[in-house]
Design a protein around this ligand. Structure first.
Ligand code: ADP
Ligand code: ASP
Ligand code: MG
Length: 457
């Protein structure tokens, strides 16, 4: 049995968290691979470096080194610590050179942006491997390039090539694990066919964990984070949210895509293909049961299991009297939205309008693009900003008579106007868009009405 253990940013974020990580890993008898995120906040500072050349100064790099060394200090011995510091210094030196190249040559920037964003994982993996080694584990830090996590796609939005990754892992990683060693792998990114780093989008280390699970033929992927599991809502919005003990892959995937940040939206895909169990556990409360995500067929006679909210969306509306009479027009419009890798969160059509919910950051670009299309049939294109999508998930929700009416009633209570509805596409989810100002209130009310009173997960 091989287990993959993924530790998120807060789980490697300071000395205390690392201490917990050490005991969790030491108590795990299985053969295993670790996947780690950057220390919390580090990826943000790396991305900021690209926006502000002035931020790339001695103080920044000294602080980055210090943060990693200080977190490891009490958990290791002097010779390990010296060795770690030397390795970190070298990587930080390479980071600085890459950042300088980035600012010197605007033409080559796109090639370097994912490399820079992924540097936090290159540092944290060294730190975690070193600490565990000092505690007697036979660890080896490996970058995604060394392990062979293969990726395709656009910068900031890569997708793992599962077959190629598996092949690479069979030669680069599996023999090591079978020999009793524990690789500590960088999360968040893979390498494209020319070896260039491609990140999987923010929060992408969960997906890396699942990809590694697939590539190793693991039985379990554990996602170690800072909450007690996958919960009935984001506990930052609904403090009384409860941990869900068991979930089906489909439910978890819907919620993750529509805003439950506890899992990167694509985490479930690789695991589901191989029926690998995904466990979500709390590094700061390791004895808690956490959430088990697997193929769950039991029917649970309850309206809703969980509610999530995806914010920072806009609704793009394309007006044309030919929407319904000319199906190829809709196809062309959707193609021009998806060409640049823009995700859509809801689509609906009427006689003369096509409405698409998409990330606000992409809305203006897509609007300009569609406005320029040589399609005489398009009358106008409009954007509505500050929209959030509420995603409600329940077992067989679609067949539950009156579900939509009851859920919308809760939205009305929050005085939220429903801007767009998506139901029927998924058997387990009912999604609808509301103005962002009311979104949290809608989540709180839906949780209160349909989820809070129940016991158990
Ligand atoms: P990590 O750094 O471990 O990847 P993240 O911050 O990415 O951690 O994800 C964990 C956070 O996800 C939690 O602190 C919580 O606020 C948020 N979250 C959102 N929705 C949910 C949910 N349904 N269940 C649990 N946590 C959620
Ligand atoms: N470090 C990356 C991020 O902050 C990936 C991750 O944490 O999963 O987005
Ligand atoms: Mg995360």
């Amino acid at each position: 049995m091989i287990k993959v253990m993924k530790f998120g940013g807060t789980s490697v974020g300071n000395e205390k968290a690392l201490g917990n990580l050490v005991s969790i890993v030491k108590n795990e008898p299985s053969q295993k691979a670790l996947v780690v995120s950057a220390m919390s906040g580090v990826t943000n500072t790396l991305i900021a470096l690209m926006k502000d050349p002035g931020a790339s100064n001695d103080a920044f790099y000294d602080e980055l080194l210090k943060r990693h060394v200080l977190a490891a200090r009490t958990l290791t011995d002097q010779s390990q610590l010296d060795d770690l510091e030397m390795k970190l210094r070298l990587r930080i030196f390479n980071l600085r050179q890459t950042v300088e190249r980035y600012h010197a040559d605007s033409a080559g920037r796109e090639m370097l942006q994912d490399a820079i964003a992924s540097w936090g994982e290159r540092l944290s993996s060294l730190m975690v491997a070193s600490v565990l080694k000092a505690q007697g584990l036979d660890t080896v830090a490996m970058t995604s390039e060394e392990a062979g996590i293969a990726a395709v796609g656009l910068p900031g939005n890569g997708t793992a090539d599962l077959e190629r990754s598996e092949k690479n892992f069979h030669s680069n990683v599996l023999p090591m694990i079978l020999a009793g060693r524990t690789p500590v792998l960088t999360g968040y990114y893979g390498a494209d066919s020319s070896g260039r780093p491609l990140t999987f989008g923010r929060g992408g280390s969960d997906y890396s964990g699942s990809v590694v699970g697939y590539a190793l033929g693991a039985n379990v992927v554990e996602i170690w984070t800072d909450v007690d599991g996958f919960m009935t809502a984001d506990p930052r919005i609904v403090p009384s949210a409860r941990t869900i003990r068991e979930m089906d892959y489909g439910e978890a995937a819907e919620l993750a895509y529509f805003g439950a940040r506890v899992l990167h939206p694509r985490t479930i895909e690789p695991a589901r293909k191989r029926k690998i169990v995904v466990m979500v556990k709390n590094t700061f409360h390791p004895d808690g049961e956490g959430t088990k995500i697997h193929e769950l067929r039991a029917s649970r006679n309850e309206l809703l299991r969980s509610v999530a909210v995806k914010s920072d969306l806009s609704i793009l509306k394309v007006y044309s009297s030919e929407i319904v009479y000319n199906p190829s027009l809709v196809a062309k419009l959707l193609e021009s939205v998806s060409e640049d890798g823009v995700s859509t969160y809801a689509i609906s059509t009427s006689l003369s309008t096509l409405a698409i919910a998409l990330p606000s950051g992409a809305a203006k670009r897509v609007c300009d693009k569609i406005s320029k299309l040589e399609m005489g049939q398009i009358e106008k294109v409009r954007i509505k900003d500050n929209v959030s999508l509420i995603c409600t998930v329940g077992d067989d929700l679609i067949n539950h008579m009156g579900a939509a009416a009851m859920i919308f009633d809760a939205a009305m209570e929050a005085k939220a106007n429903i801007e767009m509805i998506s139901e029927g596409a998924s058997d387990v989810a009912l999604n609808f868009a509301v103005p962002s100002e009311q979104a949290n209130d809608v989540v709180i009310r839906i949780h209160e009405r349909f989820i809070a009173g129940r016991t158990g997960g």
